[in-house]
Design a protein around this ligand. Structure first.
Ligand SMILES: Nc1ncnc2c1ncn2[C@@H]1O[C@H](COP(=O)(O)OP(=O)(O)OP(=O)(O)O)[C@@H](O)[C@H]1O
Length: 356
């Protein structure tokens, strides 16, 4: 396994002039040895480009890739000793499950006894022990993709295992099981795993550290908890969470805030000037009209989403969301309320960046 350091930018077109010419804007980041990372962001933000630069399928148009301090920018995937799992199964239909799992080890001339032991271990982790002697050709797409995952994980000596949306073809129920399984496998095998996805649930379940990307930029690298509690950028606030963070314009005088003509005490010292207040739907409090420290609001919609109740509120000329537990008292549509938007969990932004 290796520590991977990126200090680079990439443009697919020659002579890039403006930001939009870059698939990856200049960035510096480190993937620690043994970590479980997810690269998360909407389609086109540069996830696959970053993954391909790490694997050696793509040479960055500027900068370097280092593995344990050694320059690997121009090294082939083979030289980098990377395992990769793609969206669709890459296996040999004519081989058995065991032979498919053994293949990457046989290629590296690992002794037979060690191969058998490792294949047995991986098959057990993926709950495929009973299928080891079956031909891959007869298996479903789900099962074939599980073999691909197993092939990615089977070599203990790889620098890293890179996954590019590996659960795309997997049935939703099995998908849920597999992403938990992968996390467990990471704890047991201690491999460096880097997992590309546009699905936040997948990223947050799997990874210890999530790299959130937007338009060729890394906007935050943090734990799932940090992305939820302290989004470093309004994009992360929007993108993570279901629904995403609410935002309201505010004016700060340091210890006091002005929001839609109301004066509220700041929860902590704030920079003076125009700010954007961010509050997650989970932390937006509903109270009676005129309660101290609240903003006047009106209930627009109450939706039962199963595991929670989603309340849409209008306040300060904005539409906001509050997430309530199913057993909480539900407000009536059309009712006037007081809402609490300022508290320990409230975040403040200037130029879309977190400032307090
Ligand atoms: N081979 C290529 N030639 C030119 N432009 C490319 C190429 N591959 C990707 N791009 C562009 O680079 C940008 C980043 O693409 P990339 O595939 O890395 O994003 P992504 O986040 O992985 O998206 P997706 O989830 O859709 O795969 C996009 O604007 C894309 O159109």
């Amino acid at each position: 396994m290796a520590k991977i350091e990126l200090d680079l930018a990439h443009a697919y077109r020659p002579n890039p002039k403006q930001d939009s010419d870059y698939a990856l804007l200049p960035l510096k980041m480190t993937f620690d040895d043994g970590g479980a990372y997810a690269l998360l962001g909407p389609s086109g933000c540069g996830k696959t480009t970053m993954l391909n630069i790490m694997s050696g399928l793509l040479v960055p148009s500027q900068g370097t890739v280092k593995f344990d301090g050694q320059d690997m920018t121009r090294a082939t995937p083979q030289q980098r000793n990377i395992a990769q799992v793609f969206q669709f199964p890459v296996i040999y239909d004519t081989m058995t499950v065991a032979e498919n799992l053994a293949f990457p080890l046989k290629n590296r001339k690992v002794p037979a006894a060690q191969i058998q032991q490792r294949v047995g271990q991986i098959a057990e982790m993926l709950e495929m022990s009973h299928q080891l002697n079956m031909r891959a050709a007869g298996l479903s797409a789900d099962q074939k993709q599980k073999i691909s995952l197993g092939r990615g994980l089977v070599r203990p000596d790889v620098s890293a295992v890179l996954f590019d949306e590996p659960l795309t073809v997997i049935d939703p129920h099995l998908k849920w099981q597999l992403r938990r399984k992968l996390k467990q496998i990471h704890h047991e095998l201690k491999l460096t795993l880097i997992y590309v996805t546009h699905d936040q649930v997948e990223a947050l379940t799997f990874a210890d550290q999530v790299v959130v990307m937007s338009r060729g930029m890394v906007v935050q690298l943090g734990t799932p908890e940090a992305l939820f509690e302290r989004p470093a950028h309004t994009f992360v606030g929007h993108f993570i969470g279901s629904p995403g963070m609410n935002f309201l314009p505010a004016q700060s005088q340091g210890t006091q805030l002005q929001i839609a003509g109301q004066s509220l005490a700041a929860p902590r010292p704030l920079p003076a000037g125009a700010l954007k207040l961010g509050i997650r739907p989970e932390y937006l409090g509903l109270d009676v009209v005129g309660a101290p420290g609240t903003l006047p609001a009106k209930v627009k919609q109450v939706q039962d989403i199963g595991t929670y109740v989603l309340v849409t509120i209008e306040a300060a000329g904005q539409s906001l969301k509050a997430r309530l537990s199913p057993d909480a008292v539900r407000p009536e549509v059309g009712n006037a309320l007081g809402i609490q938007v300022v508290g320990a969990h409230t975040c403040f932004y200037q130029n879309e960046e977190l400032v307090a």
